[in-house]
Write a protein that binds this ligand. Structure first.
Ligand SMILES: [Zn+2]
Length: 176
């Protein structure tokens, strides 16, 4: 999906790949600029504007919508409950050592795990994903959650089951 293409109203070509947001033939970086989240591409495109480059307004609008899918807007009270639940979860020893390692390192509550991915929620509302093409026992790479078709519903269902006291928070996933 592209957010802006070179043309009369645009000096940037910005688009989304499977696992990155890209600014092609970037006049700031002199090559290709890549970042993991829509939010970071917004910041990058603002730098273009600051340099006097043309960036169409729709690009920002589209990217804002995109970035909202990986950050839930939580009230302070919801954040407090999520934080408490995370601390409880970390203190109990029910989950596997690998999952506990990820949760502790990222300070995020695991919502959904399968053989390919783990989705987690930070008390601030950030949704993260950790892929399983790496070891989960040490330092792990993660990125803002990107849901494929139908995955949001699975994650909501799993989250509600594991954390009924956070059902209202979990239900915000995928709402735009
Ligand atoms: Zn650029």
């Amino acid at each position: 999906m592209s957010f802006a293409r070179f043309g009369a109203d645009s000096d940037v070509y910005a688009y989304e790949e499977v696992d990155a947001f890209v600014c092609l033939d970037c006049r700031l970086e002199g090559g290709e600029f890549r970042c993991p989240s829509a939010g970071e591409l917004i910041t990058h495109l603002r730098r273009h504007r600051a340099e006097g480059h043309r960036v169409p307004e729709e690009a920002f609008t589209e990217l804002e919508i995109e970035s909202r899918t990986s950050t839930l807007r939580l009230s302070p009270e919801m954040t407090r409950r999520a934080q408490e639940r995370l601390e409880q979860w970390l203190a109990s020893a029910t989950a596997s050592a690998d999952l506990r390692n990820i949760a502790a390192r990222l300070q995020a509550l695991p919502l959904y795990v399968d053989t390919g991915v783990c989705f987690l929620l930070r008390p601030g509302g950030e949704l993260l994903e950790v892929r399983s093409d790496q070891s989960w026992s040490g330092e792990v790479e993660y990125r803002p959650a990107r849901f494929h078709l139908g995955e949001e519903e699975q994650v909501r269902a799993a989250g509600r089951r594991s954390y009924p006291e956070l059902a209202d928070v979990v239900d915000l996933i995928g709402r735009r």
